[in-house]
Write a new protein. Structure first.
Length: 377
């Protein structure tokens, strides 16, 4: 899906160059839809298009409206409904349903907000963009708020850049916080349509979750190559400079050479949406890394290894006084059970479990109460 994070560089390029552009966001879908809420495309005055809100006739209808907005210089923002029912007979889409898409002309006052989002992503801090969505016709006293945006940080939900559409525009902080929390908790865009009102609130989490991979061997390297383009901020750590270096791991956001026993003093505290994958070269290092990982607030902790190895390490930590409830945070065997054998297949199985935890809250095997995954090392 073409998300806000995907389109952010295009948005900033258009704003920095002073080019008029329309940003389109899928905010609501009834029935079947070809894309998820939050899908985006952008078209600038030169006709350059990036992204998609669903493809086919849906993109076509949206682009027709966007080009009209760019040429007429009339409306700053509007919502259009696209009825996809019956379009399948023309082989355009086979989903049906009705999609509601919010289109807005990007303007210079929007720039501080999008720059703030870029800073939060670069810093690895989760943030939420909240936008009032609606038509810019006369819809009553709160119409001036339509199009307002704020960036909200997860920690305390403090405003980063309180950019609004007009000076003195009335924002509704309770609604902003409620929408922001819902979006962050579910790690997905949330659109809330208010009853008896012609507009709603779109809240989009844009923080890129950190994936800390401890071990830069074959599996760690393969996982980095897969996870980086999937939207993870990958940090690679190993105690061997020959393995932990930028030339071997160009997709990584950061590569660190650290003794595993110094993780606590050398790494900044992990955010609670972080993922930790332990794929070191030996039992001793795995135990050291797991001991540290279990003291963090990481959302996911997985360690590669056979059931016998995992049982032995868990037993060692239990003997040290680590509580059983803490040990149950460990995902093991790591990865979804797909019959993986090769290094690349094991990396795919691990990446699949990361996606399942991120998008579903738990991996399918956990939801079913089962086990499986990648043994190994």
């Amino acid at each position: 899906m073409s998300t806000l994070a995907d389109r952010l560089p295009d948005i900033l390029r258009a704003l920095d160059a002073g080019r008029r552009a329309v940003l389109a966001t899928l905010v609501h879908a009834r029935g079947s839809s070809p894309a998820a809420v939050g899908a985006r495309l952008i078209i600038d005055e030169r006709g350059e298009v990036r992204g998609t809100v669903g493809g086919g006739c849906l993109d076509g209808d949206v682009l027709t409206t966007a080009r009209k907005m760019l040429s007429e210089h009339s409306r700053d923002h509007r919502v259009i409904s696209v009825d996809l029912t019956g379009r399948e007979e023309h082989h355009e889409l086979s989903c049906g349903g009705i999609a509601e898409v919010y289109l807005e002309v990007l303007r210079e006052p929007d720039a501080p907000v999008y720059r703030a989002l870029a800073r939060e992503i670069e810093a690895g801090r989760p943030a939420v963009l909240v936008t009032y969505v609606g038509e810019n016709e006369d819809h009553g006293p709160q119409d001036e708020d339509v199009g307002c945006k704020r960036v909200v940080i997860a920690a305390g939900f403090a405003d980063v850049e309180g950019a609004v559409q007009e000076p003195g525009s009335r924002l509704l902080p309770d609604s902003l916080l409620e929408a922001g929390r819902a979006a962050l908790d579910g790690d997905r865009p949330v659109f809330s349509k208010w009853k008896h009102e012609p507009f709603g609130v779109m809240a989009e989490p844009v923080g890129v979750p950190t994936l800390l991979v401890l071990g830069c061997g074959h599996v760690g390297t393969a996982l980095c190559e897969i996870a980086a383009p999937m939207g993870f901020r990958v940090v690679m750590v190993d105690d061997r400079e020959a393995f932990a270096n930028d030339s071997r791991l160009p997709e990584a956001h950061q590569v660190r050479v650290l003794p595993f026993e110094r993780l606590a003093e050398s790494l900044e505290p992990l955010p609670n949406d972080a993922y930790v994958v332990i794929v070191t070269r030996g039992h001793k290092f795995d135990t050291t890394c797991l001991r540290w990982a279990l003291t963090t607030d990481a959302r996911y902790i997985g360690m590669i290894g056979s059931r016998a190895k995992i049982k032995r390490i868990r037993g060692d930590l239990a003997d040290e006084g680590v509580a059983e409830a803490t040990l149950t945070r460990l995902h093991s065997p790591i990865g979804l059970s797909i019959g993986a054998r090769t290094v690349e297949e094991i990396a795919v199985s691990i990446a699949a479990e990361l996606v399942a935890v991120r998008r579903l809250g738990a991996s399918p095997r956990e939801a079913a109460g089962g086990h499986g995954g990648a043994a190994g090392s």
